[in-house]
Ligand binder design. Structure first.
Ligand code: ADP
Ligand code: MG
Length: 255
């Protein structure tokens, strides 16, 4: 049974989507069968993996409200072991539509449980909010990766996120673990970056991944080529960092 990992932080621009698409691609390159679910109406993971969100008819949204099956929304990517469940802008309306459903927090879990046996990993790229879709993602998951940008106010909002995770553990998903805090956009030349690394390690100790994701232009330009960085430039520092992260996570599952 595959491991389901949500990538969440209600703060925007911290590297959730970059992590979702590139960690998923790296796991696939390591020959783990991987599914990545785009649960953000902005659909950046969908376009970053080469699909036009405007052409998507069946997204995770249709699936959660029972308008299609998950098999009807699976899309292929450049990598044979990587499959995508896309998003599109209508996901914005899903929150409202789902309010009236029974077990509305558990729709994504129902959907993903039905395919969990087909994959080694299922990653969920969350929107920058703690709304119903993100609650669904955290309820469906075995663990959560929290990307933290090595910038001013890095820790801002983390308390609220950790609080939400505790509430979900109590009420909806007692098995939810924190896979790790991931430091992103690290710049070795910046004193600030180094200060953030130190601060996060002091606060969160062994909850922090060993792998640190550097700021790397190949990571920011690869979505415009519709490809993960490992396809766009496999030798880049960004590609190597996400490959390391995939090994770190893969080794933990094997152990
Ligand atoms: P989120 O999904 O949390 O909003 P993104 O992954 O979309 O964040 O990242 C925000 C912006 O920063 C994007 O333009 C992305 O290309 C860029 N970015 C993310 N991580 C890196 C990195 N390690 N190096 C360079 N640019 C990055
Ligand atoms: Mg995003």
């Amino acid at each position: 049974m595959g491991k389901i990992i949500a990538i969440a932080n209600q703060k925007g621009g911290v590297g959730k989507t970059t992590t979702a698409m590139n960690l998923a691609a790296s796991l696939a390159v390591l020959e783990y069968k991987t599914l990545v679910v785009d649960a953000d109406p902005q659909a950046n993971t969908t376009s970053g993996l080469g699909h036009n969100p405007r052409e998507v008819t069946n997204s995770i949204y249709e699936c959660m409200v029972g308008k299609c099956t998950i098999d009807e929304c699976l899309l292929e990517t450049d990598l044979p072991s990587l499959t995508l469940v896309p998003s599109h802008i209508n996901l914005v309306g899903a929150e409202v539509e789902m309010v009236s459903l029974n077990n509305r927090e558990e729709k994504m879990r129902e959907v993903l449980n039905s395919v969990q046996d087909n994959y080694d990993f299922i990653l969920i790229d969350c929107a920058p909010s703690l709304g119903l879709i993100t609650i669904n993602a955290l309820t469906a998951s075995n663990s959560v990766i929290i990307p933290v940008q090595c910038e001013y106010f890095a820790l801002e909002g983390l308390g609220k996120l950790l609080n939400t995770i505790t509430i979900i553990q109590k009420r909806l998903n007692s098995g939810l673990e924190i896979e790790g805090i991931l430091l992103t956009m690290y710049d070795v030349r910046l004193r600030l970056s180094n200060q953030v690394v130190e601060e996060v390690h002091t606060h969160f100790k062994n909850m922090v991944f060993e792998t640190i994701i550097p700021r790397n232009v190949k990571l920011s330009e690869s979505p415009s080529f519709g490809a993960p960085v490992i396809v766009h430039d496999a030798e880049s520092k960004g590609a190597l960092a996400y490959l390391n992260l995939a090994k770190e996570i893969g080794d933990k599952v094997k152990a």
